[in-house]
Structure formats: structure tokens, C-alpha cells
Design a protein around this ligand. Structure first.
Ligand code: PSU
Ligand code: MN
Length: 323
């Protein structure tokens, strides 16, 4: 390429691309993820808060590795995302996954506001939906599979506890495939917030928002789409129009793994009450609730949780292949 053309192309880079290049100074891609991206092959991002804070050891590590394998079996490359030793990582080794899983809640839960200090200090961080979206986007990955997202907490009208995940969905162009949100949240207010922020909420094969452990919540999604092709087309169209932000795909837990709504809602109610009594606040709220629900249901909720993540990984791999 001639030099003048080279300079012309440099000048034409849009702002977003220039910022990404600047931030790449802090980002490490694993060799496998780097190669897949360079060859334009499908890549699926995965979060690490679900490993360190969402499930107990050793099921957390076993599940993380199984989710990666499921993505490979469905023709895509997994990129599990975390902060390790102050480096933003897209693509972890099995040893790094073991390390995050074993350290568990001793690893800082890293949301957007945590990244500057964690990275500057050279610390570790387990990435939430928010930071996984940020790092996926830096790496050039546009599909991300997880279990559940954060949202507007019950009682948010006084606590103002609204997950940063909702703000990130409003600004970062990554498709997040989840099983809806747990009713530890106010699902109605969560949907209102997403509407205000212009985030499309898609039901995969359903008109109803799934509630993580159950396929039903009593709330409607914005649109029902039935195939990976339709998901990819809607997201590609959003990107091509230049509309900022992501898209939330809610994929109901497979029927055979869904839980009895009465039983799970009783456990959620008890966990919420204990949370209030013990004065748990801020970033500790969600991990506390997740751990208590697991204990109260005697581990049944954990196997449902694992199955729905695998189900989301399959859909994400098939969708990423079309983008
Ligand atoms: N909800 C779940 N499982 C999870 C989380 C939420 O059902 O693992 C994790 C995700 O990493 C999510 C984060 O991004 O908790 C939200 O935390 P907070 O509510 O503090 O924003
Ligand atoms: Mn919060």
C-alpha cells in the first residue's frame, strides 16, 4: 500500500476504533482467541464473576471448562474474560480458570468503576457482565453468553441499587445471551430501565421474559425471535445503523431443568429477607443472594444454573457463526 493511502486510512479511523487501539495496551488475547479473531472465525465471550462469585468450588471450574467445550463443540472459540495481574484477558488457560475458581470470593468483583484501580495496581478481578462486555468489545468480540444479568433491585426506589450491567447494555455493542434475570430483582423495573436506555430485549422462542430458574415471569419481552439467523440479522442491523449499545437475548432454561416456581420463589424471598436483616449492601448484595439461594435449595438450583449456562453457550456459538 502506498504511503498516502496509508495515511488517508489512518485519518479515516472513527473515534471508537482509535480508542480501542489505545486501550489495547492493557489487553492480552490468548493465542487461540487472537488467531480466531484474525481469521474472522466466530468467538464467544464468557464472564468470570460467575466463576469466582456465582458458583461454589469446584463446580465453578468444572462448569467454566464445560461451557468452553460446549462452545468449541458448536464451532466457535471461547474467550473467557478476567483481569489477572492487572492485565485485561480475553481467553484464559485452564490453570487461570482454576485459579479464579479456587480463590473464589477473594477475587475482586470487577465492574466498570473498578477497572482503573485494579489494572493500575496489577490486581486480579472477576469480570461481571459489564466488564466482560467492555473487554469483549475491546477485543472485537460481539457475542457473549452468560447465566443471568444484573438489573434493578427490589426496593431500588429507596436504595438506588441498579446494576451497571444495564448502563453497559445501553452503550457497548455486544449481544448478551442470558436466561433472563432472577427474581431477586424487580423484573418489571428492569424492563422499564432497559426500555428507557433503548436496549432491545429479545425472547428466544418466547414472548415472555424468562426468570432464570423458570421459563416464565409474567412479563413480556419486546420481540420474540426464533432462530440464530434472526438474532444475528437484528444485531447486525443495529450495528450497521450506528445505534449504540447492545442487545439482550433471553433464552429460557430447558423445560427439563426448570425449577418449581413456588419453591424457588420461597428461597429467593428468604434470601432477600436475610440480606435486609444482615444489612448487606452494594456490590455484595448479588453474590450474597446467589450463595444463599444455592444453600437454601440444597444445591438443586446449582444444577439448573449449570444447565442454563450450557444452553446459552450453544445458542451463542451458533449465533456468533452467523455474525
Ligand atoms: N445474576 C446471576 N448470576 C450472576 C450475576 C448476576 O444470576 O453470576 C453476576 C453477573 O456477573 C452480573 C453481576 O454481571 O452478578 C451483577 O452484579 P451487580 O448486581 O452487583 O451489578
Ligand atoms: Mn448493585
Amino acid at each position: 500500500m502506498g504511503l498516502p493511502i496509508f495515511y488517508y486510512l489512518c485519518q479515516r479511523k472513527p473515534n471508537a476504533v482509535r480508542n480501542e487501539t489505545m486501550m489495547n495496551k492493557y489487553l492480552d488475547l490468548s493465542p487461540e482467541v487472537a488467531e480466531a479473531l484474525a481469521q474472522g472465525k466466530p468467538v464467544v465471550a464468557l464472564e468470570s464473576t460467575i466463576i469466582s462469585h456465582g458458583m461454589p468450588y469446584p463446580q465453578n471450574v468444572q462448569t467454566a471448562l464445560k461451557v468452553e467445550q460446549t462452545i468449541r463443540d458448536n464451532g466457535a472459540t471461547p474467550a473467557t474474560i478476567a483481569v489477572i495481574g492487572g492485565r485485561l484477558k480475553a481467553g484464559l488457560t485452564p490453570e487461570e480458570i482454576e485459579y479464579l475458581g479456587r480463590k473464589g470470593r477473594k477475587v475482586a468483583k470487577a465492574s466498570r468503576r473498578d477497572l482503573p484501580v485494579l489494572v493500575a495496581r496489577g490486581s486480579d478481578g472477576a469480570t461481571t457482565v459489564t466488564t466482560t462486555m467492555i473487554i469483549a468489545h475491546m477485543a472485537g468480540i460481539s457475542v457473549f453468553a452468560t447465566g443471568g444479568i444484573g438489573g434493578v433491585h427490589r426496593g431500588a426506589e429507596t436504595t438506588m441499587d441498579i446494576s451497571a450491567d444495564l448502563e453497559e447494555l445501553a452503550m457497548t455493542p455486544v449481544m448478551v445471551i442470558c436466561a433472563g434475570a432472577k427474581s431477586i430483582l424487580d423484573l418489571g423495573l428492569t424492563l422499564e430501565y432497559l426500555e428507557t436506555k433503548g436496549v432491545p430485549v429479545i425472547g428466544y422462542g418466547t414472548e415472555e421474559l424468562p426468570a432464570f430458574y423458570t421459563r416464565k415471569s409474567g412479563f413480556k419481552v419486546d420481540y420474540r425471535l426464533d432462530t440464530p439467523e434472526e438474532l444475528a440479522a437484528a444485531f447486525r442491523t443495529k450495528l450497521e445503523m450506528g445505534l449504540q449499545g447492545g442487545m439482550l437475548v433471553t433464552n429460557p432454561i430447558p423445560e427439563e431443568y426448570s425449577m418449581d416456581p413456588e419453591r424457588i420463589n420461597a428461597a429467593i424471598g428468604q434470601a432477600l429477607e436475610e440480606c435486609r436483616e444482615q444489612g448487606i449492601k452494594g456490590k455484595d448484595t448479588t453474590p450474597f443472594l446467589l450463595a444463599r439461594i444455592k444453600d437454601i435449595t440444597g444445591g438443586d438450583s446449582l444444577s439448573s444454573n449449570i444447565q442454563l449456562v450450557l444452553n446459552n453457550a450453544r445458542l451463542a456459538a451458533r449465533t456468533a457463526a452467523l455474525l
